[in-house]
Write a protein that binds this ligand. Structure first.
Ligand code: CA
Length: 285
């Protein structure tokens, strides 16, 4: 095995959003053995930096669900952006339908000023409609969104199109506690030929350019590094990992992965709270 691509949330990060000592030393061991360790996440690049800098590790980073690739020294290697008019149309729809949204760009993650309020209102509505629902699980889902760094707050998406400096749109995330709102997003964009639609967690859907996916980014990077795909492995837990698990020679699902991801993977490792990545690396080496 010459390259391992690793998802972050639900995979390398435990439920406290941390990299365990076990996982950290397994990554180091892999690097010492000459394996190219690649981080592959829906998070933004600057967010990945803030997680990895304290670890003192340099790796290739695929971010924003495959829209962006940075080399280990932090230089931009490749990007696939959503066309401006298309970004405008998506955002005007999300805003008019009162979605909490996040816009991943080259400079920040833009999110509405009233984002937390929007989610609190949704949570209240959800609670009245589903009195038996476990609110702590829902609150945790929202916390994953808030645990990112690099937010910038906007009153409306329109601000993003008034700026003098053109913005590169990598990824647009819509979030809701309501199944119907998530389905509305899927129905609207599933068959759009210019877009890739995935989901990294139960309560969101994420849009990027057609050629932006974790799988296509892995293929591009393997070609750049002259590593045949058969000698690559990838590990993840969600729908946004499916393309990379398919592209890699060996696709591994986390023990905590969605059932459909486990079913399509070549192997299943332990959960993220059991250092599943370390376990997988030990098995590969
Ligand atoms: Ca994940």
């Amino acid at each position: 095995m010459k390259l391992i691509a690793i998802d972050l949330d639900g995979t390398l990060l435990n439920s406290k959003h941390q990299v365990s000592l076990e996982n950290k030393s397994a990554l180091r061991q892999a690097q010492r053995d000459g394996i190219e360790v690649v981080v592959s996440t829906g998070r933004a690049y600057f967010d990945v930096e803030s997680i990895f800098e304290p670890l003192g590790m340099k790796t290739w980073v695929i971010s924003a669900n495959g829209a962006v690739i940075h080399d280990p020294d932090g230089r931009l290697y490749h990007q696939e952006t959503i066309e401006k008019q298309q970004a405008y149309d998506i955002l005007s729809w999300l805003e008019s339908e009162n979605y909490y949204y996040e816009v991943f760009t080259d400079s920040a993650i833009y999110t509405p000023q009233n984002g937390r309020e929007l989610l609190e209102i949704e949570l209240d509505r959800f609670r009245s409609a589903n009195p038996e629902a476990d609110l702590s699980v829902l609150k945790q889902a929202a916390e994953v969104q808030y645990s990112q760094s690099g937010f910038a707050y906007i009153d409306s998406y329109q601000e993003l199109f008034e700026s003098d400096r053109p913005i590169d749109f990598y990824n647009i995330l819509g979030f809701s506690f309501f199944k119907e709102k998530l389905e509305a997003g899927w129905n609207r964009y599933e068959h759009d030929e210019d877009l890739t639609l995935v989901s990294s967690a139960e309560h969101n859907f994420e849009l990027s350019a057609r050629k932006a996916s974790k799988g296509q980014a892995l293929e591009r990077l393997a070609a750049r590094l002259n590593i045949p795909l058969e000698e690559t492995a990838a590990v993840g837990d969600s729908l946004n990992d499916k393309s990379m698990l398919e592209s890699a020679g060996k696709g591994v699902a986390m023990g905590n992965a969605r059932e459909d991801i486990k079913a399509m993977a070549d192997a299943v490792t332990l959960t993220n709270d059991e250092h599943g990545v370390a376990h997988m690396i030990k098995n590969l080496l």
